[in-house]
Ligand binder design. Structure first.
Ligand SMILES: [Zn+2]
Length: 272
């Protein structure tokens, strides 16, 4: 039995896989703010889900930057109570088995690439459009090697442009992510009905996807996250095609299919 988890800024999801291939069941709770409480609740849910079966592997993602050994969360704007706590060591102590940790956006991308819309593709780019913009490059069903993770949301698309939450200027995120749209247009993405506004957002996103394509050379770009319900995809495709001249054809743009469970599937991949 494998135990899988996805600790986000808002919710914590815990799942179990009996066969090592599929998620048999999962449970979601609001993410505990304190580390000790969080680990305790994770343990309780895991024990319930495993129904007394032996747990032989634990893996999961957490929202924030991990140290180089992938053992400790070193920075996270939404999970300050978990920062600099011995997460991996504590989980190894509690479960007495192999434990693997990764950044949550990376696992989300890995899950979609291997089990969702990217299944069977060699080079996959995953972009998550939500409160912010995240993403990952997956090659041959594995997260591509990296030093600090992947941050496609923080590529510059407009020199000296809008201020980004990271402190930089003109970053993609500051033009297309939900929290910024709310600031710019004074309403939530799903409440923006003006076609001209969406046309502009599609244009900005296509610039980001063009940059991503010339650097990452993906076969497919998967778009996920809460914003995808509102985005005009055809426009994004059209603009990208117009922008990208150096490759004979642009990568396919597809929607994520695993929803909130993508991170659990990504976690399962870490244990394979
Ligand atoms: Zn930024």
């Amino acid at each position: 039995m494998f135990v899988l988890f996805d600790i986000g800024g808002t919710n914590m999801r815990v799942g179990a896989s009996a066969d090592g291939q599929t998620i048999s069941q999962s449970k979601i709770i609001p993410t505990p703010q304190g580390f000790t409480d969080g680990v305790k609740q994770l343990k309780q849910i895991a024990q319930k889900l495993s129904e007394g079966e032996e747990i032989t592997g634990v893996a999961g993602g957490i929202a924030g930057a991990l140290d180089k050994t992938k053992s400790i969360l070193v920075a996270s704007p939404h999970l300050t109570g978990w920062v600099n706590q011995p997460l991996k060591v504590e989980l190894e102590r509690i479960f007495d088995c192999r434990v693997e940790l990764e950044n949550d956006a990376n696992l989300n991308g890995l899950g979609e690439a291997v089990n969702g819309s990217g299944k069977g593709k060699k080079v996959v780019a995953m972009i998550t459009l939500g409160t912010g913009v995240g993403g990952a490059r997956i090659v041959d069903s594995k997260l591509d090697k990296n030093i600090w993770g992947f941050e496609p949301g923080h590529q510059v698309i407009i020199p000296e442009g809008n201020l980004c939450n990271c402190g930089g200027k003109g970053h993609l995120e500051a033009y297309v992510a939900g929290s910024y749209l709310e600031k710019i247009y004074q309403k939530k993405a799903e409440d923006i009905k003006d076609d001209a506004v969406w046309d502009q957002i599609a244009k900005y996103l296509s610039i980001g996807l063009n940059n991503l394509t010339v650097f990452w050379s993906p076969e497919v770009i998967i778009l996920g996250g809460s914003m995808i319900k509102s985005l005009p995809f055809e426009k994004v495709r059209t603009y990208l095609k117009a922008e990208l001249k150096i490759f004979p054809t642009p990568p396919k743009i597809v929607l994520a299919t695993l929803g909130d469970e993508a991170g659990l599937y990504g976690a399962l991949e870490l244990l394979k």
